[in-house]
Write a protein that binds this ligand. Structure first.
Ligand SMILES: [Ca+2]
Ligand SMILES: [Ca+2]
Length: 194
């Protein structure tokens, strides 16, 4: 029985530590920010956009679900550049085009539904290279400019062009789900200690 309780407590601790193990950084109101948190996750080169999108959606920060980052202002783009520097090169963002969009600049949208108005395309981008670049990334090291955008093939992205993604988290009051999980975990640990 004690083994079961110990295992339960360990699972709980792993849950909480894993959700905090990354090091997201907040764009605070004091900085003129929106209060959201951001993290750059480096992965194997060539990660498909949809894989990154799903991984971001499965990421949590203190119980809050993340999403593939949406960059909707120059100030937000500047914050990411200043905060993560070269780590953002070759990372996916939450922008995409549906098939049939007017190429290369037409009908870009954010996964959140936010208006796609601000852009920071690299000069000569988007170019819909190969006729199949419908996903948004921060341009890779081949670019002379840090923080500029590129359109890239999200299904079979060139391994040398993308190797990670940016996650954004919107903080809110602790969810009832988190409270419930925490209550169960701490009661379980308390039982074990007795
Ligand atoms: Ca395109
Ligand atoms: Ca391109």
């Amino acid at each position: 029985m004690n083994t079961i309780k110990l295992s339960f407590a360990m699972v709980c601790m792993i849950y909480f530590t894993s959700s905090m193990s990354a090091a997201p950084i907040r764009w605070s109101a004091a900085q003129g920010g929106n209060g959201h948190w951001y993290d750059v996750v480096r992965t194997d080169d060539g990660i498909p956009w949809a894989t990154a999108r799903d991984a971001a959606a499965n990421s949590t920060l203190n119980g809050f679900q993340g999403y593939l980052a949406t960059v909707t202002s120059q100030a937000e783009n500047d914050f990411l550049v200043a905060t993560f520097a070269d780590a953002i090169r070759g990372t996916w963002l939450g922008g995409f085009q549906l098939l049939g969009s007017i190429e290369p600049t037409g009908e870009w949208q954010w996964i959140t539904g936010e208006p796609f108005i601000y852009t920071n395309w690299e000069p000569s981008e988007p170019n819909n290279s190969g006729g199949s670049e419908n996903n948004l990334d921060f341009a890779t090291a081949g670019s002379s400019l840090l923080g500029v955008w590129n359109d890239l093939n999200g299904v079979t992205p060139p391994a040398t062009f993308v190797g990670g993604y940016v996650v954004e988290y919107v903080p809110e009051l602790p969810s009832s789900q988190l409270i419930a999980i925490a209550a169960v975990c701490f009661s379980g640990i308390g039982v074990y200690k007795r």
